[in-house]
Design a protein. Structure first.
Length: 156
C-alpha cells in the first residue's frame, strides 16, 4: 500500500488559536525523531517521537484548537489531532480513548485523551508527530521542541 500512514492521518486535521498548557507535565523520550524515517513496503514508519508516561496520563489541549479523533490504526492506536489557527498539526497517538467522538473546538487545558496501557520497551507511552504546514509539506518535524514550547518537561 503506497499511501503512507501520515497521509491518512492528515485527512483528519482541521483548524483553531493561542499557546500555553503542557500536553502532559513531563515525559521521557523512548524513541527519537528520525529525519529520514524508515520505510516498510512503501509505508513510512516512525515519523514522530515516542514519549514514556504512566498509563492513564491525561492528554491536554495545549492551546485553543480544533481537536479531531481517529480510531485504531495498527501500530498507532487511537489518536487525536490538535490543529491551531495557523494550520499547524500535533498528533498524539496510543490513547486508551479520546474523550469525544467527533471533531470539536476546545479551550486550552481541556483534557482530550488518556494514554493507553499498551507498552513499548516495557513502558507505557504516547506517540507524537508534528506538521508545520500539511498543505505545503506533508513531512513531519520533530515534535519535541513543540511539546517543550507548550511547557512539557522532556527527559532524555
Amino acid at each position: 500500500m503506497k499511501k503512507t500512514l501520515t497521509m491518512a492521518l492528515m485527512a483528519t486535521a482541521v483548524t483553531a488559536s493561542c499557546l500555553a498548557a503542557p500536553v502532559v507535565p513531563e515525559a521521557k523520550v523512548l524513541h527519537n525523531f528520525f529525519k529520514q524515517p524508515a520505510q516498510v513496503d512503501n509505508v513510512r514508519i516512525m515519523t514522530g517521537v515516542d514519549f514514556a508516561v504512566p498509563a492513564g496520563t491525561k492528554i491536554v489541549a495545549p492551546e485553543v484548537a480544533l481537536i479531531g479523533y481517529g480510531n485504531d490504526i495498527p501500530g498507532f492506536g487511537t489518536y487525536v489531532t490538535i490543529t491551531n489557527k495557523e494550520g499547524k498539526v500535533l498528533i498524539i497517538a496510543n490513547l486508551e480513548r479520546p474523550l469525544a467522538q467527533k471533531p470539536v473546538a476546545v479551550k486550552e487545558g481541556t483534557v482530550i485523551g488518556v494514554v493507553s496501557k499498551r507498552t513499548r520497551q516495557g513502558k507505557s507511552y504516547f506517540h507524537a508527530e508534528y506538521f508545520e504546514d500539511v498543505k505545503k509539506n506533508p513531512n513531519p518535524s520533530d515534535p519535541t521542541p513543540v511539546l517543550k514550547a507548550y511547557g512539557t518537561k522532556i527527559k532524555k
